[in-house]
Design a protein around this ligand. Structure first.
Ligand SMILES: Cc1ncc(COP(=O)(O)O)c(C=O)c1O
Length: 379
C-alpha cells in the first residue's frame, strides 16, 4: 500500500537523516526545529507583531546596520535578489554586476529582465573580483547600481566587498551586496561597507530551513524607491507596500507572513548572537582549517587561494581519474553525507563541501573526512 493510501503512515516518517555538507541547505539547529513547531499565530496578532520588531532588530544586529527598512522577504535567497532589483531598478537604469560565479551571473539575468542596461566586471571563476578592475570600470562609465556577491557559493571565493564599497560610494551608485552564504559565518558590516541593498538566505550559516531572505535597504535606496517613475513591476515583492505591514502603526495586511519560518529565523538569529559573533566566526574558521588539513592528508587540494577562501564553502579539486559523481553517490548512500557538485565551468572538476552554521563543528569535519577517505580508497 502506498503511503498516501494509509492515513496512519507517511513518507515523512521514513525520511533519511542526511548530514548536509553541500552548498546549502545546511543543518537546521535543533532549537530552530523547536521554534518552528510553536503554535502558529495570526499575522496581525499583537504578540506576533512584537516578534516581527524583534526579528528586525536581530537582523540589524547581525548585519551591523541601522537601516530602518530591514525585514525578512518571504521566499528564498533568490526572492531577496529579485526584490533588490525589482524595487530599485527602472528600465534604462545602468547596472554594473561584478561577476565571478553563478550568482553574479544570476544577478545579470534578473537585472536584464527588468530592462536595465547591464554591464559587468568579470573575474575567472575561483578567483576574486579585482578592486582595480572595478576602479577602472567606474572611472570610465557611470552606473545607477553596482552589485556583488560577498560569498560566491559556486566557487568558494570571498569577494573584497569593503574595498569595492569604498570605490562605489563616491560615484553615487547604489551598492548591492548578496550575502546569502556569508551571513552568520563571516562578518557582514553593511553600514561600514556603505552597502545600500543587502539580502541573505536562511538555509546556509543561519542554520534554518530555506524559506526567508533577510533583507535591508539604506535610506538612499528607499529614496530611490520613493522617486520611481513607474510602479514596482512585481506585486508580491513591492517593498513600498510590504513596509506598511512590517513597519509603523498601520500594520496593513499585504501577504500572509510565513509565521513559523519567522519563529525559526528569530531563534536562529538569537542562537548566533548569544554564542557571540566572534566565537561563531572563529568556529567556522577552525572547522575550515581542520578540513583543509585533513584534505591535505588525503592528497586533495582546494580550488581557491588561501587569502580569499570562504571558511564555510570549500571547493575541492577532483583528482585526475576519480569519478566525481560516483564519490558523491557513495557518500550519500553509504555514509548519509551530502556534498555538492561543481557548477558551470567547474562541473565535474570540483566538489563543494559546506561547513555552515551548526555543521561548523570538529566532529562533523571528522566524519566528513573519514567518509571521503573511505570513498577515495575505494575509487
Ligand atoms: C550567493 C547566493 N546567492 C543567491 C542564492 C539563491 O538563493 P536560493 O537558492 O535560496 O533562492 C544562493 C543559493 O545558493 C547563493 O548561494
Amino acid at each position: 500500500m502506498a503511503a498516501h493510501d494509509d492515513p496512519m503512515t507517511s513518507t515523512l516518517d521514513s525520511l533519511p537523516d542526511i548530514l548536509l555538507l553541500g552548498p546549502g541547505p545546511s543543518a537546521t539547529h535543533p532549537d530552530v526545529y523547536r521554534a518552528l513547531a510553536r503554535p502558529t499565530l495570526g499575522h496581525l496578532d499583537p504578540v506576533f507583531i512584537g516578534l516581527m520588531d524583534e526579528v528586525r532588530e536581530l537582523i540589524q544586529s547581525l548585519a551591523h546596520t541601522q537601516n530602518r527598512l530591514t525585514l525578512p522577504i518571504s521566499g528564498t535567497g533568490s526572492a531577496g535578489m529579485e526584490a533588490s532589483f525589482v524595487n530599485f531598478i527602472e528600465p534604462g537604469d545602468r547596472v554594473l554586476v561584478l561577476q565571478n560565479g553563478v550568482f553574479g551571473t544570476r544577478m545579470k539575468d534578473v537585472a536584464g529582465r527588468l530592462g536595465a542596461v547591464v554591464d559587468s566586471v568579470d573575474a575567472e571563476w575561483g578567483t576574486p573580483i579585482d578592486p582595480e578592475a572595478v576602479r577602472a570600470k567606474l572611472a570610465t562609465d557611470s552606473y545607477d547600481l553596482v552589485g556583488v556577491v560577498h560569498a560566491e557559493t559556486s566557487t568558494g571565493v570571498w569577494n573584497p566587498v569593503e574595498a569595492i564599497g569604498n570605490l562605489v560610494r563616491p560615484t553615487g551608485a547604489l551598492f548591492l551586496v548578496d550575502s546569502v552564504t556569508g551571513l552568520g559565518g563571516i562578518p557582514v558590516e553593511l553600514d561600514r561597507w556603505g552597502a545600500d541593498i543587502f539580502y541573505s538566505g536562511t538555509q546556509k550559516c543561519l542554520g534554518c530551513p530555506p524559506g526567508l531572505a533577510p533583507f535591508s535597504a539604506s535610506d538612499r535606496a528607499v529614496a530611490k524607491l520613493q522617486r520611481r517613475k513607474s510602479k514596482v513591476p512585481n506585486w508580491y515583492l513591492d517593498l513600498s507596500m510590504i513596509v506598511n505591514y512590517w513597519d509603523g502603526a498601520k500594520r496593513a495586511y499585504h501577504h500572509t507572513a510565513p509565521i513559523n519560518m519567522i519563529y525559526g529565523l528569530y531563534a536562529a538569529l538569537q542562537i548566533i548572537l548569544r554564542e557571540g559573533e566572534a566565537s561563531v566566526f572563529a568556529r567556522h574558521r577552525a572547522a575550515h582549517e581542520q578540513l583543509v588539513r585533513g584534505l591535505d592528508r588525503l592528497g586533495l587540494e582546494l580550488l581557491v587561494a588561501p587569502e580569499c577562501r570562504l571558511p564555510m564553502l570549500n571547493a575541492v579539486k577532483v583528482p585526475e581519474g576519480v569519478d566525481e559523481a560516483g564519490v558523491r553517490v557513495v557518500l550519500l548512500r553509504e555514509h548519509g553525507i551530502e556534498i555538492g557538485a561543481g557548477l558551470g565551468p567547474l562541473a565535474g572538476k570540483i566538489w563543494r563541501i559546506g561547513l555552515m552554521g551548526h555543521n561548523a563543528r570538529p566532529e562533523v569535519v571528522e566524519r566528513c573526512l573519514a567518509a571521503l577517505g573511505q570513498c577515495l580508497g575505494k575509487a
